[in-house]
Design a protein around this ligand. Structure first.
Ligand code: ADP
Ligand code: ASP
Ligand code: MG
Length: 248
């Protein structure tokens, strides 16, 4: 038995049919006997829609209200996945950032994670083998308000949660089957990597490879969290491991 964090991005939860696929993957991994926290993004396109709404409301807006608005996409997906898992007989509960809480600094709109309270999740792992379905991209600041972690921030939520829970690994499920030498959607002859070091991945991410948010890679490096990038649409595929240099 292992403790794992699984993260599913926007295209993986784009509609109810895809969230059903996610529920099947989670159920299968849960049936292998693991303790699971699942971090979700909003449905593909939803965060962009919410950002546009905030900007259209007023050209100069209060960024604390921006966070209130743009954090809602993840609230919908975690609730839906929790329902689907429960329906398949898997104990599951959704968690928003403020409920854990996942504490951040006061940098609304682009906050950094300060601390995650892992007690509630661990208690339910122990008592019910409950799956924690956690909203990515959001946290709670010391002004008692919701914060968001910058675009693509669900990756960082997942890695930080994996570090806090001392998880064995953080699996990033996305719409490509691994990490390539360069963006495979732009360069079709890009080569897929079996493994890449945290250091090299940090460089790729800083150069704009949005497959992992740069901050998530820094955190994985600092806390030694092994990552695996794999496709939601081919979950048994080998994907790409992101690990300390000496493990390649
Ligand atoms: P998610 O919604 O799952 O977080 P993202 O769209 O944020 O997914 O990231 C996945 C995308 O990253 C891929 O569709 C791909 O176009 C892009 N990408 C950029 N650079 C790379 C790379 N080096 N390897 C793999 N994917 C990359
Ligand atoms: N939903 C957020 C975004 O679109 C966070 C994420 O997907 O990682 O930026
Ligand atoms: Mg992303």
């Amino acid at each position: 038995m292992a403790r794992l964090v699984l993260k599913f991005g926007g295209t993986s939860v784009a509609d109810l049919a895809r969230i059903r696929t996610v529920a099947e993957i989670v159920t299968q991994v849960w049936q292998e006997g693991h303790e699971l926290a699942v971090v979700l993004s909003a449905m593909a396109g939803e965060t962009n829609r919410l950002v546009t709404l905030a900007r259209d409301a007023a050209p100069l807006y209060d960024v604390r209200e921006y966070d209130t608005i743009v954090s809602t996409g993840e609230q919908v997906t975690v609730g839906l996945l929790a329902i689907l898992l429960q329906n398949q007989g898997v104990p599951a509960r959704s968690w928003l950032g403020w409920q854990l809480p996942l504490r951040t600094n006061l940098a609304h709109g682009n906050a950094s994670i300060v601390e995650i309270d892992r007690e509630s999740i661990e208690a339910r792992f122990a008592s019910e083998r409950q799956v924690a379905v956690v909203a990515g991209f959001q946290g709670l600041a010391s002004d008692s308000r919701i914060t968001t972690l910058g675009r693509g921030g669900s990756d960082t939520s997942a890695v930080a949660l994996a570090a806090a829970l001392r998880a064995e690994r953080c699996d990033i499920y996305t719409d490509v089957d691994g990490i390539y030498t360069t963006d495979p959607r732009i360069v079709p002859r890009a080569r897929k990597l079996d493994a890449i070091s945290h250091e090299e991945m940090l460089e790729l991410a800083s150069l704009g490879a949005k497959v992992l948010q740069t901050r998530s890679v820094s955190l994985a490096m600092r806390y030694g969290v092994p990552l695996r990038v794999v496709s939601t649409f081919d979950p048994q595929g080998p994907g790409t491991r992101v690990v300390p240099e000496e493990e390649i």
